[in-house]
Design a protein around this ligand. Structure first.
Ligand SMILES: [Zn+2]
Ligand SMILES: [Zn+2]
Length: 360
C-alpha cells in the first residue's frame, strides 16, 4: 500500500505553512521557542477572546495539495488513528511527532501532568501549534488532563485546586483549538453518591468558566479504589447531572483496557459489551477510543496497559474494533507502553491496527 496523500481542504484554505518538511528527520520542526519557562499561572481568561474558531472540524481529505509524508499509509478513510505523543519543547512540536509514528491524530499533555504547576498558552504558541497541525498529517488532537485533578474529592481544598487546574486545562485546550480533552472522573473517597454530585458540579463549573470548542470526553475507568466512572451506568449518571445547556460539549472516552479491567468482557462477549454501551451511554457520546491491551484480567480493576495483542485482551477485540462500523468514525488513540523506542513501538502498533482494518 502506499500513496499517502493526506490533504486537507481546511488546511489548504487556511493558507498553511509552507509546504511541510519531509518529516523524515526526526528532529521535528525547529520553529517555536522553548516554551519551557512559562510565567506561572497568570490567571487571565485567555479564552474569552480566543479565536474560538480553530482547527476544529477538520474535514476529511479532498484532492489537492498532496503531502510528502511517507508515513501515513493508504487506508485512510480511517478515522484519526494515533497515540499519545510528547510536547517536550513546545506543543507545536507534537504534530511532527505524530507524523513520525504514522499517526493521523494525536493525544498530548498541555502541561506536566503530575505537577500542579500551571502553564499558559500564549497567542503565539497557539498560532504555532495550529500552523504545525496544518502542515502535518494530523487531523485530530486531544489533550489528557493532569493525574492530580480530583473533582470528586470531599476535601474542599483539594477540590478547589482541582477545579482551578481543570478549568485552566480546558482553557488551554480551547486556546490551542484542540478537538477534545480526555478527563478521568475523580475518586469519591467517602460516599459514592456525594462524590458523583461533587464531580458533576465541578465539571459544570469548569465548562461554564471556560467556553470554547473543545469537547470534554470523560474517560471510563478501571474501577480501582474509589474512582468513579467504571460502569456505563455510573458514567451515564454523571453525564446526566450536567445541565442540558452544556450537554453538547460532553462526550465519553472508552479505554479498552479500563473497561475490560472493570468487568466488561470484550474477549468473551464483544457484542454484548457494545450493545450495553449503546443502550446505557449511546454511541453518539463516544468521542474517542483509547486502544490499550490489558495486563490485568477482566474484572481485575487494574489500570495497567499492555501492547496490543500482548495482554489479556489479545488481538481479536482490536481486530473487531478496527472493522466495527459503529466505531468507524471515532478517533482511536494508543496509550500503550513506549518501551525503549517509542517511535518504533508506536509505529508497530499503528501498523498492526491498520492491518486489521485493511483485512476487513
Ligand atoms: Zn486511557
Ligand atoms: Zn489507563
Amino acid at each position: 500500500m502506499a500513496k499517502k496523500r493526506v490533504v486537507r481542504k481546511k488546511a489548504a484554505a487556511r493558507k498553511p505553512v509552507a509546504k511541510k518538511k519531509p518529516v523524515a528527520k526526526k528532529k521535528p520542526v525547529a520553529r517555536k521557542k522553548p516554551v519551557a519557562k512559562q510565567k506561572p499561572a497568570a490567571r487571565k481568561a485567555p479564552t474569552a477572546k480566543a479565536p474560538a474558531r480553530t482547527i476544529a472540524p477538520r474535514p476529511a481529505a479532498v484532492l489537492s495539495a498532496p503531502v510528502a509524508k511517507p508515513v501515513v499509509p493508504v487506508p485512510d478513510p480511517l478515522a484519526p488513528l494515533g497515540a499519545h505523543v510528547s510536547t517536550q519543547g513546545g506543543a507545536a512540536l507534537a504534530p511532527a511527532r505524530g507524523d513520525d509514528i504514522g499517526a493521523t491524530g494525536i493525544q498530548v499533555f498541555t502541561k506536566v501532568p503530575n505537577q500542579w504547576k500551571e502553564k499558559d498558552v500564549s497567542a503565539a504558541e497557539a498560532a504555532a501549534f495550529r500552523a504545525a497541525m496544518a502542515a502535518s498529517g494530523q487531523r485530530w488532537v486531544t489533550s489528557h488532563d493532569s493525574y492530580l485533578i480530583n473533582l470528586a474529592s470531599p476535601d474542599s481544598t483539594l477540590r478547589a485546586r482541582s477545579l482551578e487546574s481543570f478549568t485552566l486545562e480546558l482553557r488551554r485546550c480551547n486556546t490551542l483549538g484542540l478537538d477534545a480533552l480526555v478527563s478521568h472522573p475523580g475518586n469519591y473517597l467517602d460516599d459514592r453518591a456525594s462524590g458523583l454530585a461533587r464531580n458533576a458540579d465541578a465539571i459544570t463549573a469548569a465548562l461554564e468558566a471556560a467556553p470554547g470548542p473543545t469537547r470534554l470526553c470523560l474517560e471510563l475507568t478501571a474501577g480501582q479504589g474509589t474512582v468513579l466512572g467504571s460502569t456505563f451506568e455510573e458514567m451515564a449518571a454523571l453525564l446526566a447531572r450536567i445541565p442540558a445547556a452544556l450537554q453538547h460539549r460532553l462526550g465519553v472516552c472508552l479505554d479498552t483496557c479500563h473497561v475490560f479491567a472493570a468487568g466488561y468482557d470484550l474477549v468473551g462477549d464483544y457484542d454484548g459489551v457494545w450493545a450495553r454501551f449503546g443502550d446505557v451511554i449511546g454511541f453518539e457520546r463516544l468521542g474517542v477510543l483509547h486502544l490499550n491491551d490489558s495486563v490485568g484480567a477482566c474484572g481485575s480493576r487494574k489500570d495497567r496497559h499492555a501492547l496490543i495483542g500482548e495482554g489479556l485482551l489479545g488481538r481479536e477485540p482490536f481486530r473487531r474494533i478496527m472493522t466495527d462500523r459503529r466505531l468507524a468514525a471515532v478517533p482511536k488513540m494508543l496509550e500503550t507502553p513506549k518501551g525503549d523506542d517509542a517511535v518504533s513501538n508506536d509505529r508497530r502498533m499503528l501498523t498492526l491496527l491498520r492491518g486489521f482494518a485493511a483485512a476487513g
